[in-house]
Structure formats: structure tokens, C-alpha cells
Design a protein around this ligand. Structure first.
Ligand code: CO
Length: 132
């Protein structure tokens, strides 16, 4: 079952600049940068109340976030819902015809398990399911 919006993913070209801008101009506190090799990105989290932003900077040319930046530019990239049973929610989504990018959970940031659902089957919204 989905519990809350875990984070909003924001694609950026320059992670350090994005961190500094949010800190200086909006007074937000950003986490240390972490590399997520399975997604070919470096990320930093920005807590805001019960949720947070996830700033994503691609580390390789063939990263899906790099392709996103080239075609769509910087900005909103994905919404992540927290679940307490990732496998069950993935099965349910697939049984209702949603196209899974990840049929099996994979490692996410901070020791989480994550899986993505293709935006073609969800009206353009890239959905990430996260289990802590
Ligand atoms: Co994410």
C-alpha cells in the first residue's frame, strides 16, 4: 500500500549549483551527495516538511536522466511514492496493464529498494515506488 509522497525527483545539469541555489535563496538544507550507480546519477536530497526533493545529475552520457535533460531540459522528472510492500504493488500495477521499467526492485539511494513505472502507461508521469 502507498503511504505518502516520498520525494519529487528534479533533473538538474549542475548538482552543486542547484544545492547552493536552494540553500542560499530558499534556506533549504541539502544532504550530502550520493552516487547511485544503478541509475547513473548523483543525487542530493532536500527535506521539506514530510517530503523532500531529490536532485538528480547524470554521471554518464547514456544515463536516462541525461537523455531527459537533452529532450525536456531541467525540472520535474519523477514522483516517488513510499510503499510498505514494493513487490505486491509492482504486481498489482502490472496486472492493471501498467508498463514496468523494473520488473524486480533494484537498489536506490540510502539503502532503499526502488522500481519505476513507465510514463507511457501513466499519462506522462514517471512513477517510482520506494520501500525503505
Ligand atoms: Co527518486
Amino acid at each position: 500500500m502507498l503511504k505518502r509522497i516520498h520525494h519529487l525527483g528534479i533533473a538538474v545539469k549542475d548538482l552543486e549549483l542547484a544545492k547552493k541555489t536552494l540553500e542560499d535563496a530558499l534556506g533549504l538544507v541539502t544532504s550530502a551527495v550520493e552516487e547511485v550507480p544503478t541509475q547513473k546519477v548523483r543525487v542530493a536530497f532536500v527535506p521539506v516538511g514530510e517530503s523532500r526533493l531529490e536532485l538528480l545529475e547524470p554521471t554518464q552520457e547514456d544515463s536516462t536522466v541525461q537523455k531527459f535533460l537533452e529532450t525536456r531540459g531541467e525540472g520535474f522528472h519523477h514522483i516517488a511514492f513510499e510503499t510498505d510492500d514494493l513487490e505486491a504493488d509492482l504486481k498489482k500495477a502490472e496486472s492493471h496493464g501498467l508498463r514496468l521499467i523494473d520488473k524486480e526492485p533494484r537498489p536506490g539511494a540510502h539503502g532503499t529498494k526502488v522500481a519505476f513505472i513507465h510514463p507511457k502507461s501513466t499519462f506522462g508521469l514517471l512513477i517510482e515506488l520506494v520501500q525503505e
